[in-house]
Ligand binder design. Structure first.
Ligand code: F6P
Length: 326
């Protein structure tokens, strides 16, 4: 057991549905164990600026069902400098914060890892990102909600695609990870998925579209935003239009709606489980670890490993899309 008295809690990077449920779980679990929680607004930026306040049971009332993050979030350039991190540490000392719980994704964990080592402060990371691209947890908080949002949107796009006999290229988020594309492609019955990990070349995509069933009246291709030359729905759409001038092709970018909305039951439960486990981990002396869930068990992964991209795409998932969309 280590003697932690006051946990600094913040959200950082892109917001994700379920961050509020995570905040609630950390605060309520800490209070249950007679620990104090100091909320830090706007992530590392707020830490530098001293935007800290004491949290109570009441400050997290009625938020489990809300999207976004009551602690707000930001991406901080200043924190990347040693001088910024020193300022942040001084603020934590001023508020007697002696441990941190950081809710975010890979950028958050990379910065938290450096900070934890530099100032010898225990840090626990909780996986809050719609991208589901972290190692050490089967799912990240926000992913389930985001994929349901995408699936419902693509169902609607299918209605209009079917009515107009159109091909739709639909872009989903995920930065350099195709996890959102993968499950939403399967669940919306897409004809093909283009994602960074699968290396589905344009030739293969053309082949899939050309040799698919001829009597199809609508086609949906899910494209992960990705990075690089042939990434992004507009570029894929341009190439498809060039190759198939006879197809009535449209491009649709789903954008930030994927980050909003009420968290699903799965996200709320995941958030509650890892929130409680984070507080217990700090009490039991864990530091610089991410708390996730693997095979339905709480799992601890060093922050520097958690940020190694989980590009381990199950090839059977892609095979399923190919088999079932014929
Ligand atoms: O990491 C979450 C995410 O939504 C990514 O999927 C996306 O690439 C990025 O954030 C967009 O960030 P921003 O809202 O800062 O443009």
């Amino acid at each position: 057991m280590t003697h932690i008295k006051n946990i600094g809690l913040f959200t950082s990077g892109g917001d994700a549905p379920g961050m509020n449920a995570t905040i609630r779980a950390v605060v309520r679990a800490a209070l249950f164990y007679d620990l104090e929680v100091t909320g830090i607004r706007r992530g590392f930026e707020g830490m530098i600026n001293g935007d800290l306040f004491a949290m109570s049971r009441k400050t997290v009332s009625n938020i489990i069902q809300r999207g976004g993050t009551i602690l707000k979030t930001a991406r901080s350039e200043h924190f990347k400098t040693p001088e910024g991190r020193k300022l942040a540490f001084e603020q934590l000392q001023k508020f007697n914060v002696d441990a941190l719980v950081a809710i975010g994704g890979d950028g958050t964990f990379a910065a938290a890892h450096i900070f934890g080592k530099e100032f010898n402060i225990p840090v626990i990371g909780l996986p809050g990102t719609i991208d589901n691209d972290l190692t050490g947890t089967d799912f990240t908080i926000g992913y389930d909600t985001a994929i349901n949002t995408v699936m419902n949107a693509v169902d609607k796009i299918r209605d209009t695609a079917e009515s107009h006999d159109r091909l739709f290229i639909v872009e989903v988020m995920g930065r350099d990870s195709g996890m959102i594309a993968l499950r939403t492609g399967i669940s919306s019955g897409a004809e093909a998925i283009v994602m960074p990990e699968s290396k589905l070349s344009m030739d293969k995509l053309f082949d899939r579209l050309e040799n698919g069933r001829k009597d199809k009246t609508s086609r949906i291709v899910i494209v992960s935003e990705g990075e690089g030359e042939e990434a992004g729905a507009f570029e894929v759409g341009r190439l498809v239009k060039e190759k198939f001038p006879n197809y009535d092709t449209r491009v649709s970018i789903l954008g930030h709606i994927q980050r909003g909305g009420k968290p699903t039951c799965m996200d709320r439960v995941l958030a509650s489980r890892v929130g409680v486990a984070a507080v217990e981990a700090l009490m039991n002396g864990y530091r610089n670890e991410m708390v996730g869930v693997l095979n339905n068990e709480i799992a601890y992964t060093p922050l520097e490993h958690a940020i190694k991209k989980n590009t381990d795409t199950d090839a059977t998932f892609l095979k399923i899309v190919e088999m079932l969309s014929l």
